[in-house]
Design a protein around this ligand. Structure first.
Ligand code: SF4
Length: 1013
């Protein structure tokens, strides 16, 4: 790629900024990222919804990075992929040579629906088949073939994988059809779903995962799921296979949704094995067999029994734990308890030692076989190695940052839903885990390995606490918090001071009644609403009450259950348009789901979603309190994750600056400044705008606010799904910069983006979305700004262009065309204004073409009379008609039928001078209109013609002596010619001469063409 990168902050030119306007504070965000990336620093950036994070990241990093470097963004949710791809495509319009790579987890796209291990075998076998020479597989053959894969996975091949290669060649992939798919994805990336479809919709369907992976080495910007760089096992595979095309030291890493980084690290980096692993390990040890390869456990001969006893003990221990759980606990979902060590299992040191020895043997032989390619690279080390490693850590790690737990989790969503409701151990996954609760080592690895590290999220407040949570003291981390860019007047932020989810008040009658009032209040909002609870249990307690409310109000109820199909549910909710969603914080809908376009008009979070106060949480609290002191420690360990979860849930409502919405925090702790309160952890704008109220006040406050706005559903246009059409998405106004600055920026940017020279009219036509032949002939309807100023007429836009020329934002160049048509250019001042998001004062048209006056038949007749009067007056004074009155003013008069001067003067277009000159005659016409014989519209037309004939001083022939084309019909071609001339420097008289018509006739035609008022 060419190097348009800025070399120092003073040279930052926002060349990679994909929009014409900056959102509020977006520029500062870009500068912070640029400054940090340029010197390889660490940045913690709190950037709320609406600040344009993706554009910020792309612009800031791309401006700072050098040619041999890459930008890698890691994210957790799929909705981020779409947004990021859209922004990338906008940047690519300016820098076409940029390339994009994307990789999601194999399980999301593998058409064979096989696991990691089986895929490894299929690929290995396929490669040998390719070497031996094989044909591609058509869809029909694949269907026949796939039946055999499940029978003999270890000796089967993957037809989708084979189809990725040229016949008889194992490298490279960048040829043929696969190469085309890869190159298209690099240049015009598609979401994983669309790319998957593209790979499948072919005669010889191909593996989307393999092709996506192949884009990574050649791209400049890539988007990966967290696990590729955070899960140590996967990361090692990424490094060793050099998928990324360069070392980490040349990569600028951006972690999106960074508020999730700590829990993700805790989850992914914990050591864990399941009961299933133990059973497999028992088989493995007893048989001495692994993946069809004999493992000699000879050095342990005679001691295998000890290992089996240990594993049996472990198995019994896990089962015993399960059997002690009550049915309601098990049906509640995931249970995680800390294990008191003495209760764990009766393992002798000797058996642990043998297990260790056995796994070392397995590991060594396994790796040897991998090296000699007997086992594919993709096959993970056997479970027994993991068991041994975890047990070793469990017995050795005594530091309080390591917590040993046992987890019981239903394997399927329908567990416990059977009619008999029986609990079966086989339906549950039981596992032993050792969690390292401190994420700082894992984050340090990222900051040490990558060239720069940027952590960004919409909920990283207070950044100071996140810094403490994620980084060791002494590591230099820059922090930045961007304020919410959404207008405060578009939201109502309430906090209910007489509601709580504190356990001791859950059964309190008054609290229950207040929660109900709080929800009843929320039901006052029209359209879709949502109530998030702290747990499924709490939600279920209020379900029947919400159903009653629903009967009374006619609002539908949609209840989030564990077994729901998330995507279908969301689509139904969006389509419903008047439903109450009952959901839970940290559930399916509280994060990573975009309810844009008024798909959610009001939201309440009932309670503070603190983690269960169990042994595990107590240990976590104790650990952080030891490190940071009691207050800060408790905040980091306990309150920060809860407030972040609540803020995330609230953030589902109001997703753009134009949306309005109601936000309710239903717990007194959110408005408490006390040590046990959570107010100080909320984003600044929430703290500032929050109205602390009683639950009984909520309904009236919401109604009052909505009355002021009008209906919420009408205000917030519902957009059923996230758009992938970049142009439409662009057109959605996404800036708060005042309207005249925005319009000025749009005009300048439109001109800047055009590849051809244009004059005022053509530029106005593009902006107004004209469907003229010229626009279609030059293929301008597809240009970026086409139709972006639709609400203005061509003449109004021309007027604004003239203002920009006058203010030196646009320049005029003469061309050599026959009409001396000048073309426009953007001046340095104009470029500077766009880059810096400068305010531009532009006089916006007062009247736009939306104003339509519809006249009834009698009014039409009056209008005709008024036109006749105007004609007479114009001929008398030898003035063009519009100098007397324009059509709109006459229509207004006909519509209003003023009875006296006072009423006439109230009308737009009538000033004192016009009143003095024509007032009497108009009032006379109005009076006549009341008494008069009514003429039909046709009769009026006839009268106009005859009146004209009467008042005409010269015959047409005589007039044509001077003006050869006078009274001739205008042709399309002549009109086009006139448009070009109007856009030139020719005077009206010169234009009239060129057409052989009167100056007045030219003016009239220009008005008809909407070029002058
Ligand atoms: S190679 Fe691709 S299609 Fe084949 S099993 Fe692996 S991921 Fe699935």
């Amino acid at each position: 790629m060419t190097n348009p990168h800025s070399s120092s902050f003073s040279e930052l030119e926002f060349r990679f900024f994909p929009h014409e306007n900056f959102r509020p504070h977006q520029r500062e965000g870009i500068e912070s990222i640029f400054n940090s990336v340029k010197v390889g620093n660490i940045l913690l950036l709190d950037s709320p919804t609406g600040t344009g994070k993706s554009a910020m990241v792309l612009c800031g990093v791309l401006e700072a990075m050098s040619n041999n470097e890459k930008l890698v963004v890691i994210t957790r949710t799929h909705s981020q992929y779409k947004i990021f791809i859209q922004e990338f495509m906008r940047v690519k319009r300016k820098h076409d040579n940029l390339k994009f790579g994307l990789l999601v987890g194999r399980s999301n796209v593998c058409p064979m629906h096989v696991g990691y291990e089986t895929c490894g075998f299929l690929r290995k076998n396929s490669l040998s088949q390719i070497k031996d020479g094989t044909d591609w597989y058509s869809e029909g053959e694949i269907i026949k073939y796939r039946k055999t894969v499940s029978d003999k996975p270890k000796s089967a091949i993957c037809p989708y994988f084979i189809n990725c290669f040229q016949r008889n060649q194992t490298t490279p992939l960048f040829d043929g059809e696969a190469g085309t798919l890869i190159n298209n994805q690099l240049n015009k990336p598609q979401t994983p779903e669309k790319f998957n479809k593209l790979c499948m919709d072919r005669k010889y369907p191909k593996c989307p995962y393999e092709l996506m992976k192949s884009t990574l080495s050649s791209c400049d910007v890539m988007l990966l799921h967290y696990h590729y760089l955070i899960d140590p096992g996967v990361r090692d595979a990424v490094i060793s296979s050099r998928w990324l095309g360069c070392g980490f030291e040349n990569i600028h890493l951006v972690v999106d949704e960074a508020h999730n980084l700590a829990p993700y690290i805790q989850d992914i980096c914990s050591l864990e094995f399941s009961k299933e692993d133990v059973l497999n390990a028992i088989k493995l040890v007893e048989k001495g067999e692994l993946h069809g390869v004999e493992y000699s456990l000879n050095p342990l001969k005679g001691n295998i029994g000890d290992i089996v006893v240990l594993l049996d003990d472990l198995n019994l221990f896990l089962e015993h734990w399960f059997s002690n759980k009550s049915k309601s606990e098990l049906l509640g979902g995931l249970i995680e308890d800390v294990i008191p060590e003495k209760q764990m299992f009766k393992a002798s040191d000797r058996s642990l030692e043998y297990l260790n020895l056995a796994t070392n043997l397995v590991k060594t032989q396994f790796n040897k076989r991998k090296k000699s390619r007997e086992i594919p690279d993709e096959i993970p080390v056997p479970g027994i190695v993991n068991i041994s490693k975890t047990l070793k850590q469990i017995s050795r790690q005594t530091e309080d940052r390591f917590i040993k737990t046992i987890r019981i989790k239903p394997l399927s969503k329908s567990v416990g839903k059977t009619l008999d409701g029986k609990i079966n151990i086989a339906d549950y996954g039981i596992s032993l885990r050792m969690i390292d609760i401190d994420p700082r080592d894992a984050v340090k690895y990222l900051s040490d390995s990558f060239k720069s590290l940027t952590l960004i999220s919409g909920t990283l407040t207070p950044t100071e606490l996140y810094r403490k949570l994620l980084f060791y003291d002494g590591i230099e981390v820059k922090e930045m918090s961007i304020p919410s860019p959404f207008p405060p007047e578009n939201r109502l932020m309430l906090c209910c001071k007489d509601v709580t989810s504190l356990r001791r008040y859950r059964d309190n009658e008054e609290n229950i009644s207040n929660v109900k009032k709080c929800m009843e209040g929320l039901f006052a909002a029209d359209g879709n609403i949502a109530v998030f609870f702290t747990s499924y249990g709490l939600k279920d307690r209020y379900l029947s009450y919400v159903q009653d409310l629903s009967h009374k109000t006619g609002k539908g109820v949609m209840d989030e259950n564990r077994g729901i199909d998330k995507h279908k549910f969301i689509e139904e909710y969006k389509k419903h348009g008047n439903a109450a969603l009952l959901a839970v914080c940290r559930g399916n809908f509280s994060e990573g789901v975009d309810f844009i376009g008024g798909a959610m008009n009001a939201v309440a979070v009932i309670g503070l979603p603190l983690a269960p106060w169990n042994m595990k949480q107590k240990k976590v609290n104790r650990y952080y309190e030891r490190i940071f002191g009691p207050d800060v420690g408790e905040e980091i360990a306990y309150y920060l994750p809860a407030v972040t979860a609540a803020v995330q849930a609230l953030g589902r409502c109001i997703r753009s600056p134009h949306e309005k919405g109601i936000l309710v925090l239903g717990d007194s702790r959110y408005c408490s400044e006390a040590a046990t309160g959570a107010k100080r952890l909320l984003p600044r704008w929430m703290q500032d705008e929050m109205q602390v109220v009683y639950s009984k006040e909520i309904e009236s406050l919401i109604k009052q606010k909505i009355d002021g706005w009008g209906s919420l559903s009408e205000q917030n246009e519902i957009i059923p799904s996230i758009k992938t059409d970049y142009k439409d998405d662009f057109k959605r106004a996404d800036t708060l910069i005042n309207q005249n600055t925005e319009t000025a920026h749009t005009i300048i940017s439109c001109l800047e983006h055009l590849q051809i020279n244009v004059g005022r009219i053509l530029l106005a036509d593009i902006l107004s979305g004209s469907k003229s032949k010229k626009i279609s002939g030059l293929n301008l309807a597809g240009s970026l700004h086409y139709g972006s100023s639709k609400k203005y007429s061509r003449g109004q836009i021309v007027n604004m262009i003239d203002q920009l020329i006058e203010k030196d934002y646009l320049g005029v160049k003469r061309s050599n065309s026959i009409y001396h048509r000048p073309t426009l250019s953007v001046t340095d001042k104009g470029k500077e204004a766009i880059r810096n998001g400068e305010e531009i004062q532009l006089e916006l048209p007062v009247e736009n073409k939306e104003e339509k006056i519809t006249l009834s038949e009698p009014e039409e007749i009056l209008y005709g009379e008024l036109k006749l009067f105007r004609k007479r007056a114009a001929l008398e004074k030898n003035l063009p008609f519009y100098c007397i009155f324009d059509n709109k003013t006459l229509q207004r008069i006909a519509k209003a039928r003023p009875r006296d001067y006072e009423e006439l003067l109230k009308l737009k277009g009538i000033g004192k001078a016009k009143l003095k000159a024509y007032g009497d005659e108009i009032i006379e016409i109005m009076d006549r209109g009341k008494r008069a014989k009514t003429y039909s519209v046709d009769e009026i037309e006839d009268r106009i013609v005859s009146e004209a004939a009467k008042t005409k001083t010269y015959s047409v022939d005589e007039i044509r002596g001077t003006y050869p084309s006078a009274y001739e019909k205008w042709t399309k071609e002549e009109e086009e010619k006139l448009i070009n001339e109007f856009d030139s420097t020719l005077s009206p008289s010169e234009i009239a001469d060129l057409h052989g018509r009167k100056r007045g006739a030219i003016r009239v035609r220009l008005r008809r063409l909407d070029l002058i008022d």
